[in-house]
Design a binder for this molecule. Structure first.
Ligand code: SAH
Length: 555
């Protein structure tokens, strides 16, 4: 493990990052923000709880979460210093592998503050250190981690029922009866998942009720941190822990983004319903029962819908999404042009999946206009996807430190670089923007071990895709992230796709460890890996499975 010593020379102070901390005494300086702290207690059968100390959750400039501990005999010395949200430096700490029942952070090590430690508050805020970072899991992740004592994660979703009550009646949850410990049960609908029962206990229940009641408008989205997945009566349920926190709607970024997604999804659904209704009405124009009630407002909307439906009818590519940015064809010639370009897109797409990266580069170099044609078709295809994988990657990056350096392999319109604060190197076969570096991504100009995150978002296209991943391995620093989003059907062994297990094994054999396998989306899968610290000594030949081409149907 790299041992980095902090240099405290006034100007050039470089703190030690959590990921570089090794077990034992540490005399370097850590710098972090306190996110949360709570009392650790041990339950004794029949007796009172024993107070063990204060546990803490901290985040460093790289966005790594670590757990800290202050023993009960040092409580008085430090407790009054602790302030949530503030930045601290810490020297002379002790990092222990001590057995914690559940981990609430990225690190397995616990950073203990001892009598020789120096903890001091930094008066100025450091913007580069995140104020929060959540580790949100999907239903399938909770299912996989159910009844295990290990890492526990956060959940976000929208409220369906609170203590069995629907939300449309204005509920008041806080009662004057504080004598018994509180419990609230919510039914939470997860994105791309089922409705889950979540039990909130004690402080989490209390805070939920206070926050829920505090606003005149009904709250919709709930985030609960560190929930424990358990199977009760055959059904998976999540329970809050003594250190869980609750956030509603716009309080912090994660539920805020969820709320935006929810509103967009609702608006798109309404639009699709109204279009379907309109289409039906056009097929059977004399069915008066189907006419909506007329108000001056929806008369206008109806005119607009008629306009939309007319253009939609002539749009043979079925660009049915509200997100489609392309002007819709207005006459027969436009429609014909569109059909031809659709054909070109399919031809180019097939070409990219069936040739090597080098051949693809030569092909586009000969006629760069083909690249525009490809991307027009690609954007059109994407309008049929309810959620874009690139947005998942953007929100992953946004929830981490913006100091992470990113390489976007096969960046297309460089959406990642345009959406995050990080330094992003964007690579594609053709550069349509000065920020994009044109190259075959099996051979980028980046130095070895120079980036923190390598992204492949729907871009493992060539027959030599393994050489792209090898290139990512070269440019990533140890412990760097490899994020892959790919079309789901390419990993469906029942339909000629690769077995995801074989793919994960091949990437792992190259020198990565798998950290996330998310199959919850209908259209794409997300695989996250971390580059191993040590080079693989095993030089066995890696078996890369063939990745089926993703060919789009004629519409
Ligand atoms: N990542 C973007 C674009 C995906 S389309 C997004 O999610 O929106 C796939 C992109 O990978 C295309 O722009 C294609 O040109 C690029 N690509 C495919 N093979 C490549 C290679 N060998 N080198 C560089 N870019 C490549």
């Amino acid at each position: 493990m790299v041992k980095k010593t902090a240099i405290l020379t006034g100007e050039a102070f470089s703190p030690l990052f959590f990921r570089h901390v090794s077990p034992g005494l540490g005399d370097s300086t850590l710098q972090f923000r306190f996110i949360h702290f709570w009392e650790a207690r041990k339950n004794v059968k029949g007796g009172p709880c024993i107070f063990l100390g204060i546990e803490m959750l901290m985040i460093d400039e790289e966005g790594t979460l670590a757990q800290g501990f202050i023993g009960q005999n040092r409580r008085n010395q430090y407790e009054k210093e602790l302030e949530r949200g503030s930045i601290y430096t810490l020297t002379n700490f002790y990092a222990s592998n001590s057995k914690v029942m559940y981990h609430v952070a990225d690190q397995n090590l616990v950073i203990c503050i001892s009598h020789v430690s120096a903890l001091s508050k930094v008066e100025e805020n450091i913007e580069g250190i995140l104020t929060e970072r959540f580790r949100i899991h999907s239903f399938s992740d909770f299912e996989a981690n159910c009844d295990l004592r290990g890492d526990i994660h956060d959940v976000v979703g929208h409220l369906k029922l609170v203590d069995g009550q629907p939300l449309h009646q204005r509920l008041v949850l806080c009662t004057k009866d504080d004598s018994t410990s509180r419990r609230v049960m919510v039914h939470l609908q997860l994105k791309n998942g089922p409705v889950m029962n979540i039990y909130l206990w004690d402080e989490a229940a209390e805070n939920f009720c206070l926050k829920f009641d505090a606003c005149a408008a009904t709250r919709t989205v709930l985030l609960v941190t560190t929930v424990n997945p358990k199977r009760l009566g055959g059904k998976l349920r999540l329970s809050s822990m003594s250190y869980s926190r609750v956030f509603l709607d716009e309080e912090v970024d994660s539920p805020k983004e969820y709320l935006t997604w929810l509103k967009t999804a609702k608006a798109m659904k309404e639009e699709a319903t109204s279009r379907n209704g309109k289409r039906k009405r056009q097929r059977n124009p004399k069915t008066p029962k189907e006419e909506p009630e007329e108000s001056p407002k929806n008369q206008n909307n109806d005119k607009k819908r008629q306009r939309d439906t007319k253009t939609h009818k002539s749009n043979q590519h079925g660009g049915s999404s509200a997100l489609s940015k392309r002007p819709k064809p207005s006459n027969f010639l436009d429609t014909l042009r569109e059909k031809l370009s659709g054909g070109n897109f399919r031809r180019l797409n097939e070409k990219l999946y069936t040739c090597s990266g080098k051949e693809a580069l030569d092909y586009f170099n000969e006629d760069p206009t083909l690249f525009d044609m490809y991307h027009t078709g690609y954007q059109q295809q994407m309008t049929n996807w309810p959620e874009l994988p690139v947005n998942s990657i953007i929100s992953w990056l946004s929830s981490r430190s913006s100091s992470l350096v990113v390489a976007d392999f096969g960046c297309g319109d460089a959406r990642i670089a345009k959406s995050v604060k990080n330094k992003v190197f964007s690579f594609d076969l053709v550069s349509k923007d000065p920020s994009v570096i044109a190259c075959d991504m099996s051979n980028t100009p980046l130095e070895s071990s120079s980036v923190d995150v390598a992204v492949f978002c729907l871009s493992l296209m060539g027959t030599n895709y393994s050489s792209y991943i090898k290139e990512a391995h070269r440019v990533l620093r140890p412990s760097g992230w490899l994020l892959i989003a790919e079309v789901k059907s390419r990993f469906d062994p029942n339909n000629g796709g690769a077995d995801p297990k074989d793919f994960v094994k091949a990437v792992s054999d190259l020198g990565f460890s798998s950290s996330l396998k998310d199959f919850s989306n209908k259209m794409f899968i997300l695989l996250h890996f971390k580059k191993k610290e040590q080079l693989n000594s095993n030089k066995k030949k890696i078996e890369w499975p063939e990745l089926k081409a993703c060919l789009y149907k004629r519409r």
